[in-house]
Design a protein around this ligand. Structure first.
Ligand code: IMP
Length: 199
């Protein structure tokens, strides 16, 4: 079976975050009818893997098998070199519930300070997985390398954007124009790889 996606196919975005669906549909350039796992009432699996790719595959697999549709899932996060890659797959969980990324960023700053550090190399990673019901799965990863800078700066973006400066840049992701972030972002790079693999 060729691992290709036919235009117009129905595709389930394995997310319960309604904000991600239009983003995914736009990144796929309107080629598919995108429905979300939440809309279909699919169960949300626990993210038990230790890698971004592992969690993306786990979520895509679960949604494809439960819905009978081709499923796309993402998993992403920030890995800080001086913290052995933390928060990594725990990036969302470090912000607690309800999400407080100010607290998560202060936690990173405090852990660096314990080592006498004010900054560290860091990277954002985005893993994207597409799974066929009871069938194969394709997974790709995009990455953007950079460094942390405190205090947090910029009102744009989300999550850890205010402390991340991409290599070769001056501004944090939180300060950059959305188009400028998109031009270098881990998520955009992952989508480029996915398109090259499937379209
Ligand atoms: P996920 O929904 O499990 O993939 O959670 C990923 C978490 O990583 C998000 O909640 C964000 O905190 C963080 N993250 C991922 N991508 C970005 C980004 O582009 N900017 C800032 N934070 C991000």
């Amino acid at each position: 079976m060729p691992l290709q996606l036919a235009p117009g196919a129905r595709l389930v975005a394995a997310t319960h975050n309604p904000g991600k669906v239009p983003e995914i549909a736009a990144l796929l350039e309107g080629r598919f009818q995108v429905v979300s796992a939440g809309e279909l009432g699919l169960p949300e699996p626990e993210e038990t893997e230790q890698t971004f790719a592992g969690n993306a595959v786990l979520k895509a697999r679960a949604a494809a098998d439960a819905s009978g549709l081709i499923a796309l899932a993402d998993d992403s996060g920030l890995s800080v070199a001086a913290l052995a890659g933390a928060p990594g797959v725990y990036s969302a969980r470090w912000a607690g519930q309800p999400r407080d990324f100010g607290a998560a960023m202060r936690r990173i700053e405090a852990l660096l300070a314990e080592q006498g550090l004010k900054t560290s190399a860091a990277a954002f990673t985005s893993a994207l997985a597409v799974a066929w019901p009871q069938g194969p799965c394709v997974v790709v990863e995009g990455r953007v390398a950079g460094a942390l800078r405190f205090p947090p700066r910029g009102e744009r973006g989300f999550g850890y954007d205010p402390i991340f400066v991409p290599d070769g840049g001056e501004q944090t992701f939180g300060e950059m124009e959305p188009a400028a972030k998109h031009a270098v972002s881990h998520r955009a790079r992952a989508f480029e790889k996915l398109k090259a693999a499937l379209f």
